[in-house]
Design a protein around this ligand. Structure first.
Ligand code: FEO
Length: 172
């Protein structure tokens, strides 16, 4: 059974994961408007992954006898100055999420909740991947600078991203 403290914190994290999905969908809309369809595909898939993360926490709270309480989702920004500024925000956001997951893990340790620690270990590994992939695109956008050809090539490359296959939703 989840402690009340952990239940509240996990409910807060469900909200943050939904916000992440909302943020990346907003970025997808911006990319569509900027005629960058490959960037938009990447963002849509990222938004789907975030929904998978939210549902993973949702299921965990239910399975542990807790009560899921959904809260209002904050409005994400609608526009960015450039694809680079947008991806820098992705990286910064994922670093913030990593901090939240680490704090949840600390709480699960303090509450002696071993099952939640196990669940959070998956997220700790996932965050390494999330930060790495966002950081890689930031580096590539810096290399591209203001060369339109480079940006179009990167758009093509990002458009090749495919949804995670196999296993449960949100495991990639
Ligand atoms: Fe749910 Fe991008 O971390």
């Amino acid at each position: 059974m989840l402690s009340k403290k952990l239940e509240d914190a996990l409910n807060e994290q469900i909200n943050k994961e939904f916000y992440s999905a909302y943020l990346y969908l907003s970025m997808a809309a911006y990319c569509e408007a900027e005629s960058l369809p490959g960037f938009a595909i990447w963002m849509r898939l990222q938004a789907q992954e975030e929904l998978g993360h939210a549902m993973r926490f949702f299921d965990h709270v239910n399975e542990r006898g807790g009560r899921v309480v959904l809260k209002a989702i904050e409005m994400p920004p609608p526009v960015w100055k450039s694809p680079l500024e947008m991806f820098e925000q992705v990286l910064e956001h994922e670093q913030k999420v990593t901090g939240m997951i680490n704090q949840l893990y600390e709480l699960a340790l303090n509450e002696n909740d071993y099952a939640t620690q196990m669940e959070l270990q998956w997220f700790i590994t996932e965050q390494v991947e999330e930060e790495d992939s966002a950081g890689q695109v930031v580096d590539q956008l810096k290399m591209v600078g203001d060369q339109p050809m480079g940006l179009l090539m990167l758009d093509k490359q990002l458009g090749e991203r495919r949804a995670a296959t196999g296993g449960e939703e949100g495991t990639d």
